[in-house]
Design a protein. Structure first.
Length: 481
């Protein structure tokens, strides 16, 4: 414990050097700590916004908003953040303001269960809007900063390691939050439980800002007029821009995903009548699976290129919602979450790293914001314009000639539609963009075969063996004294 606090003090103390290389490495370590504290916010806060909305009796349209609008709100904020970054010329003030307001926005959510236990959906949606807007405002500055402090050749390794550590923390936070809210529900006070979760989320975001303040804010190159491009310039460049085609491919995939995305929590808690503990275990399995696979995907992307990872994982994405459409067995759906976590960890990591590879430092903040705006627009379109009407109006029973199909609700149809559209996007869009850096070629089938035989898990075992030996040797050494 003393060593832990000594490490914290050393990292958060003012830097004693002006060497950019040393400061960049220090920032990489600080970013892992800051990300882990954010993970507590995610586990206690963002994970339980949808269950809280269900607790407040939100309808399908409100749930579609809760599930998809934050992506668009944050994306629009990122455009404002990119413009602000150009004008301010420093990243840290924007990041600190964005993080601080994001933390404060959890206070209404903390008070809402107490003040408005019988309703409060408008207040909830307003708080979500503020929360995600200011979170998004800081993203271009944060992305730009991290792009400067991490060496391009090391991005796959560093970000996969950081993601893995952050996900372990998310897993622990989600499990603990699930135990807490389930206990309060069993005692007849879920209102107090939700308030407690959101209060903890607020507290840990403020603590993370303490670590963020010590990041190295490297000098930002002033954006030249000849590198400025508007959102409409970006869209018009799609036929000839590899990055724009990549962006539309990912945005379409996310749009098809969000047809079903907002309704998984509804399906689990309302239709399948899962407890909060079962809901939490399902989310935890998804996080654990991502944690186990993400480092393998990072190494694969470094060696074979991020496009290869995107193509391989995209081939699996259409299968994920079908698991939920054709089975209600709890343990089968836990297994489906393992499959889902393994797939999404590779897709999301490769998409993020592809942007770092494809866009210069001067354009990176703006490119990230435009990328996220398109993802937000397609996500809202998928959830609000397609998913919500399907969930609201599609019948739960069909008669096709002599065959009668009775479903638990209309949501399995929503899941099937999402899967079919994902498959169409794979066929139509993946061939339209190319790898942007030199990489060793590999076939998609080869990647899927390695994944199928469990190579990522064997790699994890290989990592733990030296650690176990070290712990064993240390233990026997102490016993021999």
């Amino acid at each position: 414990m003393n060593r832990f606090f000594a490490t914290v003090r050393a990292l958060t103390a003012p830097a004693e050097t002006s060497d950019p290389l040393i400061l960049s490495r220090r920032t990489q370590r600080l970013s892992i700590w800051e990300g882990s504290l954010w993970a507590v916010l995610w586990g206690f806060g963002e994970t339980y916004i949808a269950p809280f909305a269900i607790f407040l009796n939100a309808g399908n349209l409100a749930m579609a908003f809760v599930g998809t609008a934050p992506v668009l709100i944050a994306a629009i904020a990122q455009i404002a953040g990119a413009v602000l970054l150009d004008r301010v010329g420093r990243r840290m003030p924007i990041i600190l303001v964005g993080f601080s307001v994001q933390a404060a926005a959890y206070l209404p959510l903390f008070l809402l269960p107490v003040l408005l236990p019988a309703g409060g959906i408008p207040v909830l949606l307003a708080a979500i809007t503020v929360l995600f807007f200011f979170s998004g405002l800081a993203v271009p500055a944060w992305m730009s900063l991290m792009g400067d402090v991490v060496d391009p050749e090391d991005r796959g390794r560093y970000f996969s390691n950081r993601t893995r550590i952050v996900m372990y923390t998310m897993l622990a936070a989600t499990l603990l939050a699930g135990v807490i809210i389930n206990r309060w529900k069993n005692e007849g006070n879920p209102v107090v439980g939700f308030g407690f979760l959101f209060g903890i989320a607020c507290l840990f975001r403020f603590i993370s800002i303490f670590f963020m303040r010590r990041h190295y804010d490297a000098p930002l190159k002033k954006t030249q007029d000849n590198v400025y491009f508007s959102f409409f310039d970006f869209v018009r460049a799609t036929p000839r821009s590899n990055f724009a085609r990549f962006t539309f491919t990912v945005a379409l995939m996310n749009g098809a995903t969000q047809i079903a995305g907002p309704f998984f929590a509804v399906y689990m808690l309302r239709d399948l009548h899962w407890s909060y503990l079962q809901f939490t275990a399902n989310a935890a399995v998804f996080l654990l699976s991502q944690t186990l696979f993400v480092r393998w995907w990072g190494a694969l992307g470094d060696r074979h290129g991020n496009r290869a990872v995107l193509v391989a994982t995209s081939c699996l994405l259409p299968l994920l919602p079908l698991c939920w459409a054709f089975s209600t067995n709890y343990f089968f759906l836990l297994l489906a979450q393992v499959f889902s976590g393994a797939t999404w960890s590779g897709f999301n990591l490769a998409a993020s790293n592809f942007i770092y590879d494809a866009v210069s430092q001067e354009k990176r903040a703006r490119a990230f914001s435009y990328y996220n705006v398109l993802n937000g627009l397609f996500s809202v379109a998928g959830g609000v314009l397609i998913g919500a009407p399907l969930a609201e109006f599609v019948p739960a029973a069909f008669t096709l000639g002599p065959v009668h199909i009775q479903m638990i609700s209309s949501l399995p149809v929503v899941f099937v539609v999402s899967g079919v559209l994902r498959a169409l996007i794979v066929v139509a869009m993946l061939p339209r963009f190319k790898e942007v850096r030199s990489a060793e070629p590999i076939s998609t089938m080869r990647i899927l075969w390695r994944l199928g035989v469990g190579q990522p898990l064997f790699a994890q075992v290989g990592e733990f063996i030296p650690l176990i030996r070290k712990i064993y040797s240390s233990s026997t050494g102490r016993n021999g004294k």
